[in-house]
Design a protein around this ligand. Structure first.
Ligand code: FAD
Length: 306
């Protein structure tokens, strides 16, 4: 295991520690602000307008995951319906991303399905798209099932995310491409054991390129969500060499990371979408960002002294 992998594992482990959580909640809000557009939908919509004016599209995420009661899921569903309506009323270029556990997946699969269905139906009225983020492996199959079920019902304005670090990914991609599901491809952000996931970054990158290639070659619109220059350059080169149009895919990056590069990609004529979280439930999102990259932690430390 190299030092980056070790760092990621340690941080993901301590983020579950109650004392660390308490300290972070007490002191981390200002620091987390770099990665979060605001507490309210109005703040997020104002920020979307700024990014849109730079040629950057957005996917808006109302923070929340791992809920304890179904009533919380109902609240999130309602917030997402407000959000989808707000995007339409504000006439901004943004779709939405939501987490299945936020909609109740860990508590009651059918209720979760109904909640997601309500959001997707509302989005369809506005001609908009809903991305179901992918969480850790207890939820992988259930998430894919929800998306396929919605497509089978004719609600095709919904897609999900595929994580390159999982062994099962290639088979999932084949099935989802066949069903014409719009996918976001990522490396994977959770701590997964060696029984289900590659542990070496080089293996994850090889698998990542493999699934990106499957999409580009198959002419299936895809989102490549990564800050990794090795991946971004590889995609640009592969597309140019194989005559794949810039409209056939989009890059995605997280709010607060590489913002100048996001703008640059837009200037170069690439489609680029920024994943923008807002809301008050920022702790689990924030610790995953810190776990991904020591530089994110240094950025936080530097900001502590500003
Ligand atoms: P890393 O592996 O973190 O970094 C690799 C290299 O990239 C670095 O060595 C450096 O060269 C370069 N780099 C990275 N960050 C920077 C920076 N800030 N400045 C300069 N260079 C940098 N994961 C999930 O499991 N489920 C999801 O639903 C999900 N959705 C996502 C949505 C979006 C839009 C994005 C961008 C990521 C999402 N992820 C999701 C997270 C993803 O799985 C990875 O954990 C995360 O993107 C880190 O991997 P990376 O490829 O970006 O680069």
């Amino acid at each position: 295991m190299d030092s980056t992998e070790l760092y990621r594992k340690v941080l993901l482990s301590i983020s579950g520690n109650k004392l660390v959580e308490k300290l972070s909640l007490q002191y981390g809000k200002k620091l987390a602000g770099k990665f979060i557009a605001g507490d309210t939908l109005a703040e997020a919509l104002a920020e979307i307008e700024i990014l849109n004016s730079k040629g950057i599209m957005v996917t808006l995420d109302h923070l929340g995951e791992g809920i304890k009661q179904l009533s919380e899921a109902t609240g999130y569903k309602e917030e997402y319906i407000r959000l989808v309506n707000g995007i339409a009323e504000g006439n901004v270029n943004s779709n939405v991303s939501l987490k299945p556990t936020q909609m109740g997946l860990a508590l009651n699969k059918e209720a979760c399905y109904d909640n997601i269905r309500a959001v997707v139906s509302q989005a369809r009225k506005h001609n908009n798209f809903v991305r179901i983020d992918m969480e850790d492996t207890p939820f992988t199959q259930a998430t894919i099932d929800i998306v396929l079920r919605l497509h089978a019902e004719g609600l095709t304005n919904v897609g999900t995310v595929i994580q390159a670090y999982l062994f099962r990914t290639e088979e999932d991609v084949k099935q989802l491409i066949e069903a014409k599901v719009n996918l976001r491809l990522v490396k994977g952000a959770y701590k997964e054991p060696g029984t289900v996931a590659y542990q070496q970054m080089s293996e994850v990158i090889d698998n990542y390129k493999k699934i990106i290639k499957m999409h580009l070659d198959g002419g299936v619109y895809t989102a490549i969500a990564s800050h990794d220059d090795r991946i971004i350059h590889w995609v640009k080169e592969y597309a140019a060499k194989n005559g794949i149009s810039k409209d056939a895919f989009e890059f995605q990056m997280l709010y607060g990371l590489r913002m100048n590069d996001q703008e640059q990609l837009a200037k170069e004529g690439f489609r680029i979408r920024c994943y923008m979280p807002y809301g008050t439930m920022w702790y689990p999102y924030y610790t995953r960002r810190l776990a991904e990259k020591p530089a994110n932690l240094w950025m936080v430390v530097k900001n502590m002294f500003k």
